[in-house]
Design a binder for this molecule. Structure first.
Ligand code: NAI
Ligand code: MG
Length: 372
């Protein structure tokens, strides 16, 4: 039996291209794993009415972790229109399978490293090395939303908060409400993960990025909890920044920041900004990590126009493999792979289109594999 069982989810679009690249590298390692093919993505929505069929959930429950490429998601009306004729009109509603995975497996921490590897022509500045910790299951992405707004909900809110009166003149069918729900446990977990990581990796600081001066309760809870947790780590300074100002500071002084910790939506936004500082989506890796399971995926989506063309940059995917190896406890292999990636970037002999070259996805994977 193999040492690890890994759910293998290429998804669709360029997810398939970059997972091929991942496999080249893992096979060169002779990595002792069984890769279990797992269905996810647009095809399964169209054919079966579910982009994450129950059999896939079952596979995830029986594997150590999952490696995931990318999938296509489309807005409600378009999704309905592409369902196979037999499934249309049955009230099926498309829900992002990634959000579902995060919720169902309580993958509460989203880890997004953004490192400027020396010699990458796309680096905004050399030396950037930021790791974003994004809470992954709560906040504005909880999915507790109303449209139209039921009178009962409106009245209850009004009873508890007079500010709701301001919306009285708008009928329910013209008001949309999305709740930002954050729990003390959720805040404490993500902040603790950020500090633990900072401690383990010798990072110089942790910055909590929120907006407590305006969003007093939810952002307030994050910041108050951060101050509490920080007391347990006297050697690591906690800085506080507002999300809007942070977008500016990250462009002005990106070298000042090390570990950022924030809630779900702010983390989604700021990690894209950080990714662009170090080369963009072709370099952005991520891990969705829970207590007992993790799903590793590049940050990018399915980029349909490049699907199957082997044109896109697999570095994001290969750096994602590094995160998976670290999480599995294969530290040595993780270091060797990261060094191989860094040296291919530095040499600059093979580069995909985004880096100004014309090498293919697999050229990059093979060059990295050759250095292992
Ligand atoms: P995208 O990330 O798929 O692509 C945007 C653009 O970024 C591409 O056209 C390409 O120019 C560039 N790009 C992306 N990955 C690259 C790589 N590895 N190398 C070089 N260039 C790269 O985002 P987009 O176009 O907004 O969404 C396309 C589809 O992907 C949508 O259906 C969206 O819902 C889905 N999506 C899925 C995600 C996931 O699977 N986790 C995340 C984001 C979007
Ligand atoms: Mg995003």
């Amino acid at each position: 039996m193999a040492k690890y069982k890994i759910s293998w989810m290429p998804g669709d679009g360029i997810g398939i291209d970059v997972m091929e690249a991942a496999r080249i590298v893992l096979d060169k390692f002779k990595f002792d794993a069984e890769y279990v093919p797992t269905d996810i993505g647009w095809e399964f929505w169209c054919k079966e009415g579910d982009p994450l069929p129950v059999r896939s959930i079952q596979i995830l429950k029986n594997t150590d972790c999952s490696l995931f490429g990318a999938i296509t998601s489309k807005p409600k009306e378009e999704a309905e229109a592409e369902l196979s004729p037999a499934l249309k009109g049955k009230g099926l509603v498309y829900a992002s399978p990634i959000v579902r995975l995060r919720q169902e497996f309580n993958l509460r921490t989203n880890l997004r490293p953004c490192k400027a590897y020396p010699g990458n022509p796309l680096n905004y500045k050399e030396g950037i090395d930021i790791v974003v910790f994004r809470e992954n299951t709560e906040d504005l992405y909880s999915g507790v939303e109303f449209f139209p707004l039921p009178d009962e909900v409106r009245d209850t809110i009004k009873k508890h908060n007079a500010k709701m009166k301001k919306f009285d003149k708008h009928p329910g069918n013209e008001v949309a409400v999305s709740l930002r729900i954050n729990t003390k446990t959720g805040c404490r977990n993500i902040i603790t993960d950020a500090f633990e990581y900072a401690q383990k990796t010798g990072r110089k600081s942790v910055t909590i990025v929120e907006k407590p001066n305006v969003i007093r309760e939810t952002s307030g809870l994050m910041v108050r909890t951060a101050r509490e947790v920080a007391k347990k780590y006297p050697n690591i300074p906690l800085y506080e920044a507002n999300i809007d100002a942070m977008c500016m500071w990250l462009l002005k002084n990106p070298l000042d920041y090390s570990v950022l910790v924030t809630s779900n939506m702010f983390g989604d936004i700021i990690s894209d900004l950080c990714a662009q500082l170090v080369g963009g989506l072709g370099f952005a890796s991520s891990g969705n990590i829970g207590d007992n399971y993790a799903v590793f995926e590049p940050t990018h989506g399915s980029a349909p126009k490049y699907a199957g063309k082997h044109k896109v940059n697999p570095m994001a995917m290969l750096l994602t493999v590094v995160l998976m190896l670290e999480w599995l406890g294969e530290k040595d292999k993780a270091v060797v792979l990261e060094n191989a990636i860094a040296s291919v970037i530095k040499e600059g002999k093979v580069r995909t289109y985004d880096m100004g070259g014309n090498s293919s996805t697999l050229d990059i994977a093979n060059s990295v594999a050759a250095k292992l």
